[in-house]
Structures are given as C-alpha cells and as structure tokens.
Design a protein around this ligand. Structure first.
Ligand SMILES: Nc1ncnc2c1ncn2[C@@H]1O[C@H](COP(=O)(O)OP(=O)(O)OP(=O)(O)O)[C@@H](O)[C@H]1O
Ligand SMILES: [Mg+2]
Length: 255
C-alpha cells in the first residue's frame, strides 16, 4: 500500500466544490509535485490531508491508518505535516526557539514539560535534534536571531524547519519557493532532495514555479477546478494538451 492513499476526496464550501472526488496515491520516498492554476484546490487538498479541514466525503489513509477527520495534532504525530503558503512562524522568538516550540506544540505533547523543564534529559535530546534540523537546512548561523528579522527566504526555510521538528515521514510543502530569488530557490530545491535522499522522507510539493517542480519531482499530479486532471512524469505533463489548455491565459506556465 502507498504511504498516502486518498480516495474520492471531496470538499464543498457551500455551493463551491473546491476538491472534487480526488484519488491520489503517494509512494514512500517519492517527491511528488501537485500543480494547477490559481484556485484549483491545491491548498484545500493540503488542509484536508493535514486535518485543518474535514472532508465532505472520501477517505485519507496514511501509513496504513485512516486519518481523515482526525485532528491535526493526531495526524502530525502519525508523521504527516505540512508547511503553509503564508508563513506560520513565532515571529518574536529565535530560530532555535521556533523549532523547539514547533516540536512541542504541533504534537500537543510535552509543552507543559518543556515550560516547567521537568524532563531535562528529554529536553537536551530535543535541543540537539532541533539544532541538527537547523544545520541540515543551513540556518545555524541564524540560530539566535528572531524569526521576524530573517530574510524572506530564510523565514520560508524556517517554516520547513518547524515542520521537520515533528519528525514527519511525509512533508507537504505549499509553495516553498514563492517570492524567492534564484539563489534561495536553488537552496530550497537542494534541501528538498536531501530530505528525501538523506533523511528518507516522502515529499509532496505544491508549487507554481514550474522550473522547480520539473527539476525536483519525478511524478506530477495536475489539479484543475478541484479535479485530478492528469498525472505523469514532468515530460508527459508538460506536453499534455489538456494541461496546457488548463493554464491558457495564465502566465504561470513557462516550460
Ligand atoms: N475556507 C474556505 N471557504 C470558502 N471557500 C474556500 C475556502 N478555502 C478555499 N476556498 C475556495 O476553494 C477554491 C480552491 O482554493 P485553494 O486555496 O485550495 O486553491 P489553490 O489551488 O491553493 O490556489 P493558489 O494556487 O492560488 O494557492 C477557491 O475557489 C477558494 O476561493
Ligand atoms: Mg494555494
């Protein structure tokens, strides 16, 4: 069975069907791209999978267990986390504090312990692991800087660090390179590959930057008007007339 299995997933907002009967299977160790025009339903799909929204119908199975309808903290503990299209940081805390806080708050577990400092040995382990994550994402030199003082690119990378703090098996990245310059984009692309290659993670990437998607993902699912339009390799998808049609009139597709 695939690591993430989505069957017949539907989300209605009143009369609008934002996600319509979507089936998706993501295998362990994949870097999967999800693309589609603005408003296609990509972020809603992430919100459903991460538990921020409950589906109208359909099931989501992660690592062999049904997670649809469960709370985000439960789903995070199961090993599935997402980053946000707009950053969700603790702006007045340092980089290291952000990663430590995320480790506790997203899984609901030992926040009280962390505050009271009762379990010192655990906290030392947590601290070491958070530093490892920060180093992995090349943020060590900013460890003691406040999140709000980082550059846009580094704030986005801190968003990824906060997600990694939960030790996910699968990470969903919502437009990780949006607003980044080419150097920052290349850095994030490299981090994504290393997350998979060195840390054995599965990555699902929603991104409008086609170059990043085409270079990073082995397989791409295309969503249009809430429905799965097609799936294939970057070459197959970029040559598919239906995909080109879906993007016509939008300036996003520069293949
Ligand atoms: N909480 C909500 N209530 C009502 N409608 C919503 C809600 N969230 C999203 N929508 C609508 O659902 C549709 C899909 O939105 P969504 O944000 O998932 O698209 P997207 O593919 O992520 O777009 P973008 O590429 O612009 O980020 C849009 O029409 C949007 O307005
Ligand atoms: Mg979106």
């Amino acid at each position: 069975m695939a690591l993430l299995e989505i069957r017949g997933l539907t989300k209605r907002f009143g009369g609008l069907v934002a996600v319509n009967n979507v089936d998706l299977s993501i295998e362990r160790g994949e870097i999967r791209g999800i693309i589609g025009p603005n408003g296609a339903g990509k972020t809603t799909l992430f919100n459903l999978v991460s538990g921020a929204l409950s589906p109208t119908s359909g099931t989501i199975t992660f690592d062999g267990k049904v997670v649809s309808g469960r709370k985000p903290s439960h789903i995070a503990r199961a090993g599935l986390v997402r980053t946000f299209q707009r950053n969700a940081l603790f702006p007045t805390y340092t980089v290291l504090e952000n990663v430590m806080l995320s480790r506790h708050t997203q899984t609901d577990e030992s926040l009280l312990k962390a505050i009271l400092g009762t379990d010192r040995r655990d906290e030392e382990k947590n601290l070491a692991r958070c530093r490892e994550i920060i180093e992995f994402l090349e943020l060590s030199q900013y460890e003691n800087d406040l999140a709000e003082n980082l550059s846009h690119g580094h704030q986005r990378i801190l968003g990824i660090a906060n997600a990694l703090a939960v030790e996910p098996k699968l990470i969903m990245l919502d437009e990780p390179v949006a607003g980044m310059n080419p150097t920052e984009t290349a850095m994030v692309t490299d981090h994504i590959r290393r997350m998979r290659d060195d840390w054995n993670m599965t990555v699902v990437l929603v991104e409008h930057d086609m170059r990043t998607v085409m270079e990073t993902c082995e397989y791409i699912s295309v969503i249009n008007f809430g429905e799965l339009l097609t799936e294939g390799t970057p070459d197959e998808v970029s040559e598919n007339p239906e995909v080109i049609e879906a993007y016509l009139g939008s300036e996003e597709l520069e293949l």
